[in-house]
Write a protein that binds this ligand. Sequence first.
Ligand code: AQP
Length: 322
Amino acid sequence: MAKAFSGIQPTGQIQLGNYIGALRNWRPDPGSFYCVVDLHSLSQPWDPKELQENTRSTAALLLALGLGQGSHVFLQSHVQEHAELAWILNCIGRMGELGRMTQFKSKGRGHQDASVGLFTYPLLMASDILLYRVEEVPVGEDQKQHVELTRDIAERFNSRFGPVFTVPEPRIAEVGGRVMSLRNPLEKMSKSDPDPNSKILLSDSDEVIAKKIMTAVTDSGREVAYDPKEKPGVSNLLEIASTLSGESVEALAARYRDGGYGAFKRGVAEVVVEALRPLREKVEALLADPEEIDRQLEIGRAAAEREARPMLAEVREAVGLL
Ligand code: AQP
C-alpha cells in the first residue's frame, strides 16, 4: 500500500474528467493526503466569493468520497509549509524547465497579463507532494508532466543537499486518464471551459446529465466502435461508460455496435446518472452542514501539519537556513 498525495483546484465546479481521471483513483489509505489546492487557483483570475463556495463544495466532495477516513483531507492554504517550501523550490527550479510545461504554454505563454503564479505553480505543486514523503501521485494525464518535474526537482535537491525528499511516481489510469470535452472530443474536459455543455458537473441533476450526453458531439457514420483516432467522440463516451460501469470498452462497443448513436448515448447516460447520483446526494447532505465540513477539515489540517512541519524543518536545515 503506497502512500499517496494528490490535489484538486477549486477553480470551478468539479467535472466528470476530474472524477474519472483522478478522484476515483484516490484511495483512503493511512498515510495518504488529499488536498483542495486553493492557493493554486489564485494563479488565474478569481472571484473571492466563488472561490469560497468552490473550496467548500470541493472539500465536501472529497469527504463524501470517504477520503477523510483513513487518509486525510485538508485545504492547502491551511498548512503554511506549502507556501514556504514553494519559495525554496522556486530557487531550485529553472526558467527553462518551467517554460516547457504544456499547461503554461497553453494558458499563459505570450499573455503579458498572465500572472507570475501561472508560471511558477508547478513548483508549488512539487512542494505539495514532497512535504508528505509519498511514493505515488494519482493524477490525470494532463498533470503527468508536473509530477515528472517534481521528480526532477526532488532528485536535483537530493543530489545537492543530501537525501531529503522521497522521489514520487505518477499513477495514471489506463482508461479514463484523459476524458475529452463533450463538444470537442479533441480537447480535454475542463472545469474552466465556458461552454456548460462541454462538461458534466458532479453536481448536475440526472436530467441535465442525460441531456448533455444526448447532445454530445459524435462522429460521422452510425457504427459504435472504439477508435480514438477516427471516432474520438464515440470513443470518449465508451471510455466514460467503461470506467464507471467496469465493463470493457470492447464489450460495450459490441453491445451497441449496430443500434445507432441514440441507443448508445441513452445507455451511456444511464451509466453516468447511476454512478454520480449517490455521490451527489452525499455531497448535498454534507453541504447542508458546513460546520461538519469545517470540523473534518480541521482534523485533516492537524494531521497534515504533523507531517509537513518536520519535513520543512529538515529542508530548512539542509539548505542552511538558521
Ligand atoms: N479531462 C480530464 N480527464 C482526466 N483527468 C482530468 N483531470 C482534470 N481534467 C481531466 C485531473 O483532475 C485532477 C484535478 O485537476 P486540477 O483541479 O488540478 O486542474 P486541471 O488538471 O487543470 O483540471 P481542469 O478541470 O481542467 O481545471 P481548470 O479548468 O481549472 O484548468 C488532476 O489530477 C487532473 O489531471
